[in-house]
Ligand binder design. Structure first.
Ligand code: HEC
Ligand code: HEC
Length: 219
């Protein structure tokens, strides 16, 4: 009886949610207006076109970079881009469990390399919810390429400094953000993880538009 009452309460709450979300969608906007908004964004990330009306090049570049930073500073990217120590995990970016060290070349300690546990694909846990993330080759970038906890302006300055990017130019970043396999994992992060906003194509397009606008940084 108690079980049934709880179940009915859950149903009532569930129905409430349905009604609230239905109301939320019916915001009175015309279909055209919704279509225009759709054309400007993908899964919470604005497309470059949304910034085209900013005439001042420095301002446009800054705004484009702030949008890119929504992805680059997202936990799916930042967990692998720590400024010190080992990787972090989850949306709260807590230290990796079990504790692992960066090791030489970012691949972990001898006998406890990242590849010991991380394969080429996400693997669901057998006995509980969640998964071991995977993509080939799974390891940490050099410390100089760490940016977890940075502001967008700090990240932007770092990417503009060839001594920190391993010689990668701004043009090279377009290809990396738009095409790299590890970067792509952030939108396919496996059971139990929130994907990064947008998609890789949009991140690549934003990066290209930012570089074209001079690669300037947000204030
Ligand atoms: C002993 C096995 C093991 C080793 C070794 C290991 N990992 Fe993990 N790693 C895991 C497991 C399991 C998870 C998933 C934890 C969870 O979601 O509950 C994980 C999660 C992560 C995440 C979190 C992804 C996210 O966004 O939440 C990152 C990043 C990561 N590992 C990087 C590394 C790196 C880099 C190395 C090598 C330096 C490494 N791991 C070594 C088992 C391991
Ligand atoms: C599994 C760990 C991992 C994840 C997840 C990851 N990266 Fe990386 N990233 C690396 C490694 C390793 C390198 C260094 C490889 C190299 O230099 O070619 C790197 C390098 C980079 C670089 C080059 C930086 C520079 O200064 O040259 C960029 C840009 C980058 N990653 C963007 C991203 C973005 C954006 C995401 C999320 C959408 C992401 N990464 C997720 C491991 C990761």
């Amino acid at each position: 009886m108690k079980f049934q009452t709880r179940w009915m309460t859950a149903m009532a709450i569930g129905a409430g949610f349905v009604m609230i979300s239905a109301c939320g969608q019916d915001d009175g906007a015309s279909p055209d207006k919704n279509a225009a908004a759709d054309a400007m964004e993908v899964n919470g990330l604005m497309k470059p076109a949304a910034f085209a009306s900013i005439e001042n090049e420095e301002e446009r570049a800054g705004a484009l970079f702030n949008e890119m930073a929504k992805v680059m500073l997202h936990p799916r990217c930042a967990n692998c881009h720590p400024k010190s120590g080992g990787p972090t995990q989850g949306d709260a970016m807590v230290p990796h469990e079990p504790p692992v060290v960066r090791g030489a070349g970012g691949i972990g300690a001898t006998g406890m390399e990242c590849f010991t546990c991380h394969g080429s694909e996400n693997v669901e846990f057998a006995t509980m919810e969640g998964s071991i993330p995977g993509a080939e080759p799974w390891f940490l970038p050099p410390v100089a390429m760490g940016w977890a906890g940075s502001s967008p302006a700090e990240l932007c300055a770092q990417l503009n400094d060839p001594s920190k990017t391993g010689g990668r130019s701004l043009e090279d970043l377009i290809e990396h953000n738009g095409g790299d396999h590890l970067v792509n994992w952030a939108w396919n992060p496996g059971e139990g993880r929130t994907p990064a906003p947008g998609d890789q194509e949009t991140l690549g397009a934003l990066t290209a538009a930012w570089v074209e606008a001079g690669g300037h940084c947000p204030a």
